[in-house]
Write a protein of this length. Structure first.
Length: 278
């Protein structure tokens, strides 16, 4: 039976986490365990890999066994090894769109972009309505600085999955790069609507409103950003500057006092601005 990639990540992460500890802000599933190794990481990975390999020995013609082993490698950040196992799964089950998608993700992380696009396109032939494939294609285009291609890919992703917060966030970044702040505002607004705890989306939304000189809306966005991420010094600095621009010196001073304790360098920059405005 095929084990989904997110489940593979969860199983490995649960085995590695101390029993009394919860991860409040988990990293992406594919890299979570590998990016936060514990002393037992290698042993746990070997145990899961051994179980997957044993399943392959018992039934070498079952594509799902190779897919499961590939997921284990992918979760651990071993993308070369994962790619080899996804290829085996595809060889046994050529109509497996998910395996082709995951293979494309491996190639993307290995920066083998032509192979990534080939795998993504093959996956789309089998499942043309998978928004995640278009989102990953957008990410690949961004890495290659193919901005207009990235724009089309992210637009397709959100048309297929209108609540895709990550694709909206990336779409907003592309519009920003294309110097289209109005469109960026629309994209980041959707990103915050579908993921209201994304501080970075609110920060970028504030930047886009600032470019349009809609300072009241920008202030609201930056306020939400610092509420969600109090240690974001850059958001506090930009918020304070807008307070000054709109005549709210007391609020700007409050941000300065906060920055003094958390980010003296940015506090010094803001102090210079405050002195200029006296």
């Amino acid at each position: 039976m095929k084990r989904p990639l997110l489940l593979a990540a969860a199983l490995l992460s649960l085995l590695l986490l101390p029993t009394a500890c919860k991860n409040k802000n988990p990293q992406p599933a594919a890299n979570q365990a590998a990016a936060s190794p514990t002393p037992n990481f290698d042993a746990t990975l070997k145990e899961i890999t051994k179980l997957d390999e044993e399943a392959i020995r018992k039934n070498p013609n079952d594509a799902s066994n190779y897919y499961n082993l590939a997921n284990t490698y992918f979760t651990a950040g071993k993308f070369q090894e994962a790619a080899a196992q996804y290829q085996q799964a595809i060889r046994l089950d050529p109509k497996d769109a998910a395996a082709r998608y995951e293979l494309g993700q491996c190639y993307l992380r290995l920066e083998r972009y032509d192979e990534a696009f080939a795998a993504f396109n093959e996956s789309l032939k089998l499942n043309p309505k998978n928004a995640e494939v278009y989102n990953e294609m957008g990410n690949a285009y961004v890495k290659q600085e193919r901005t207009k291609d990235a724009l089309a890919a992210y637009q397709k992703a959100v048309s297929l999955k209108p609540d895709h917060a990550e694709a909206y966030f990336s779409l907003g970044n592309v519009y920003t790069k294309l110097e289209q702040p109005r469109e960026a505002v629309q994209a980041f607004t959707q990103a915050t609507r579908h993921n209201p705890k994304d501080a970075d989306a609110f920060f970028n939304l504030g930047n886009s409103y600032s470019r349009l000189k809609q300072f009241g809306e920008a202030i609201k966005a930056y306020q939400e950003a610092v509420k969600l991420k109090p240690a974001d010094g850059e958001a506090r600095l930009r918020l304070a500057v807008l307070y000054l621009e709109t005549g709210n010196r007391d609020a700007a001073n409050a941000e300065y006092n906060t920055l003094k304790g958390s980010n003296p360098e940015l506090a010094a920059m803001l102090d210079a601005k405050l002195k200029q405005q006296k």
